[in-house]
Structures are given as structure tokens and as C-alpha cells.
Design a binder for this molecule. Sequence first.
Ligand code: PLP
Length: 424
Amino acid sequence: MTTLQDCQALDAQDPLRELRDLFELPLGMIYLDGNSLGVMPRTTPARVADTVTREWGQDLIQSWNKAGWFAMPQKVGDKIARLIGAGAGEVVATDSTSINLYKVLSAALHQAAADHPGRQRIVSERSNFPTDLYIAEALCRERGYELQLVEPEGIAAALTADVAVLMLTHVNYRTGAMHNMNAVTAAAHAEGILTVWDLAHSAGAVPVDLKGAGADYAVGCGYKYLNGGPGAPAFVWVNPLHADRFWQPLAGWWGHAAPFEFTPDYQPAPGITRYQCGTQPIISLAALECGVDTLLAADALGGMAALRAKSLALTDLFIALVEERCAGHGLGLATPRAHAHRGSQVCLTRDEGAYAIVQALIGRSVVGDFRAGDGGRHPDILRFGFTPLYIGFVDVWNAVEQLRQVLASGEWQRPEFTRKHAVT
Ligand SMILES: *Cc1c(COP(=O)(O)O)cnc(C)c1O
């Protein structure tokens, strides 16, 4: 049995504990939703205020040069690159994950058509995040491809020589299950299939080595584990092996080789810069940089490897405490127990009341979220994200204690907890 004292001792020994001071955490709240919207770094308000009042307010248009606005997507991209096994000059922070996915999937289809003409299929996972599937579906309709959706255990069998692109999310948003990027990429390449990876729940959450895996294209999210703020720009990466040829379907002037020549014809910029479309959201990029800097601050303390070790310790502890202290209340575990297959979240299942239990927990300042089982194909999920930058072991203890009380008292059955909000 793990005790509160054990958790206190784990916090006392935690080499990453000081990183919590980088964040503005609401008093008394245990925030287990950093996988959906990361916490605000302490530096963000002053940085955004400076961008607005001085850079915009005083220096106005000069700030494109003087404050380095023009190069912000590359500057922030280079910082993100360090978290995902990419090199400098290979990533830009721009647009949304959905839009970046449109670009890379489009590019991958182009490349596949040139290298392996006649392949008409994109393979993805049925439980992939819906926007990924919607973007793929729209592209398939536009270009005459077929989208084949499989269960995770069916991926290997679906990788046949008529497939153009395999598009997967590295860590599943519903279950927290993680693919082996190296093995899956190698299996796809063995059949001449290009890979597109969505790192929305990986970047800043688990170590990622895109180049080590030999992946082809990747996108990811700025407002989840990167703490970039609501609607933060996303990021996009293309393997430098494809840098001379990859297609940008949204050819805009910011992706032009010489935007200030104002030529009537489009010449793509070399490398990833072509994945900028139009004028970039500078205030949001400033906030995103503050968020990414909180992860890079961990470098001196062991970086992503240390963050991963703590994340696994936190999720192990949460699973163990739920099983010890909430037994008999109908909870199941949707997240894999094997470390190699687990991201940085734990998802619990319950046949009834998952939404209301999450609401009752929020009422007690333990913030997780609810994800519906799609049309009964999967159980409803209570989802808890563990961000090792600011979550401690006593937080885990307290969260499970609140969950225990919500279940034991039946408090979750109160009518106010069943009312559905627009955002769950
Ligand atoms: C969060 C998430 C997105 C979000 O896409 P937006 O364009 O930022 O709304 C996309 N894909 C996955 C897998 C996600 O988890």
C-alpha cells in the first residue's frame, strides 16, 4: 500500500520539483488537463504585454525586423525541434494542427504518386483524433483516394504495397496508448509507404526521435504539453531527405523563396519555410515561445528523459492508487500498463456516470476531462493528463482521494453534474 507519506517523500526527492515554479497554478487546483490546454507559464503575461505595448504599440512596423517578428516561426520551430528529435531549420511553428496535417498529407500523397504511381490508399486508425480523419477524408474525396481505417492491432496487416501513406497519431488522445514509432515506420517503409505522424500528445510529453525513426512528415500541437496558450500555433516537420521536393498545397507569400520581391509566380522557399502560408500570429507565437521555454528549462535537469521518468512514475502511482483505493466502484483502465505503450495520461472507464464523475471532480478542483465512447463502440472515458513539469506525487494522492470520495458518497449522481457543457 502506498501512503500519503510515501508521496510526500517522492516529492521531496523529485529533481524536477523546482520547475513547478515556472507556472501560474491556480491555488488549490490539481490540474490534470495539461494534455488538452497546458498551464500558463509565469513569463507569458509580461512577454505578451511587451509584444503588444512596446513592439507593436511603439515600434510598430519596424518590429518585423527589429524585434525579429519575421523569423519567429523558425525561431520557435528550432526550439520545438529539440524536443522531437529534429534538427535546426527543420520545423516551423505555424497554423493549426488540422491545417498542417492538410499540408503534409497532401505532400505525402504527391510524393507517393511520383515514386509509386497507382497507390490509392491512406491507412489510419479508427480511433485517431477526428480532425485527422476528417482532413484525410476530405483529401481522399478531392484526390480520388480511399481512406482505410483499422484498429491498432490491424495496422501491420494493412501495410501492403498498394498503400500510399500511413497517417497515425503517436499517442492516442482517448486511451493514451503509444505506438512504437521506429517499428511502425520501418514496417511502412518496407512496403514503400510514407509515414505522417501527429505528435499532439507526444511533443513535450514523451521523448520523440523523428530522425532516429526515419519518419517522413510530422505535425503537432502548441497548446497542449507545450503550454503555448489557447489556440497557440501548431508545428510541422518534414524529413530533410524530402526537403527539396515536398509539396505545399497552400502556396502563400510567406512560403515564397523571396516574398519581398513580390513576383507574380510562386517559387517555394527552400525547406520547411515553405510551410508558412500567410502572415503569422506574432502575439500567439510570443506566448508559444514562453511555453516551449518551460520544457527547455528541464534540459539542465535531464531534459525529456527526466521528464519521461517522472511522467511514468506519476502515471504508475495514479493507476496503483486508483486500484488500491477506488476498488469496487466499477472503474476500468483503458491505458496500457506497459511503459513502452503508454503516453503521459491515464484513462479510466466506467459503464455509467463517467461525465458526471469528471464534473464532480472539477467541483472539487481536480480538473480532468471526459471523452465519449464513440457511439458505444468504446466505453466512456475519464481522462487525466500528467504533466511532470508541474504535477507532483502528493497531487496524485489528493486527486485519487477526491475521486474515492466522489465515488463512495455517490455525490456524482447529483443533477448539476450531469448537465453537458459545449466543451467537455
Ligand atoms: C488536439 C489534437 C488536434 C487539434 O487540432 P487543432 O487543429 O489544433 O484543433 C489534432 N489532432 C490530434 C491528434 C489532437 O490530439
